[in-house]
Write a protein that binds this ligand. Sequence first.
Ligand code: CMC
Length: 335
Amino acid sequence: HLPNATELEEFESLVTNHTMLHEQMVNFFRGFRRDAHPMAIMTGVVGAMSAFYHDSTDITDQHQREVASIRLIAKMPTIAAMAYKYTVGQPFVYPRNDVDYASNFLRMCFAVPAEDYEVNPILSRAMDRIFTLHADHEQNASTSTVRLASSSGANPFACIAAGIACLWGPAHGGANQACLEMLNEIGSVDRIPEFIARAKDKHDPFRLMGFGHRVYKNIEPRATVLKESADEVLGLLGVENNPLWQVAKELEKAALADPYFAEKKLFPNVDFYSGIILKALGIPIEMFTAMFATGRTVGWISHWNEMITNPYRIGRPRQLYTGADSRDYVPLNKR
Ligand code: CMC
């Protein structure tokens, strides 16, 4: 449902005006080790929102559901940016209501009290594209996790915290971080064949990160858009010749020309390009998955809302036991 002009204005105003966190929540951040992973901080802080926002945890109340949804969408960039600031030892930057969602996020990450941060519109457009393209993607692992958690009637903050935890893994949202780390490890174009060979070797657990998808067996539409953004951003910053980007481009070419990847229908996915753009934007690698979580919050909360406003039962995946029929009890001193 596309909003009409009034609905859009109202939505924008609600999201824009709920970006601040309860000041007492700052104490939660201070409890983490300074080198904590931002995803660890996000999982904890989002879960802790249920301890602060009691007036939006009654899932049977439509108004409270709406308030919780807006709070999550509006505050997630603030939480992500605070997680980053905490790990680099800089003071938190409060959100500003006179800039758009993506620019606000970049500002909260990069402004410091000594000097303000002028947001470049090309960079905020790329950030906005990343958030938009990550907003929803059907029944992926983290969304299914959110739905399973919500099927028990858990509050929305707890459900989204569960989604963030699931997203963190390298086979899912963590792939953008893993991909950049892989490109760094490859380091130069001449080492690409060695890594392609490892990815193809059945006895080597190494996989080309940012390649392959459970659903897409063709070029990912999201990857196509982000490839364009990557070119735009790297061009603007004048770093098209950066070795990392050269390795990424050559790796893509080599994999696409290799029969192994063609037969298995392994194409670059969204994480292949998002990592490169985020890196060019100056976002540290450890923050990449936090960016994904920020964008995906919109999809998670929509799935949550859709699920609990329709008839549902608690989720209970069946398990087929394939172990021994019976096993004798052996006393501890005989084992
Ligand atoms: N590099 C090398 N071989 C691969 C790769 C890869 N990236 N991905 C799959 N394969 C091979 C795999 O070894 C298997 O070979 P065989 O049939 O000989 O055993 C075959 O392709 C099928 O793989 P699968 O593991 O059964 O496929 P899946 O649908 O279970 O996994 C995936 C999908 C995305 C987890 C997997 O492709 C992968 O691990 N990719 C790298 C991680 C990554 O980029 N993840 C981001 C996914 S997109 C965004 C998101 O969901 O968050």
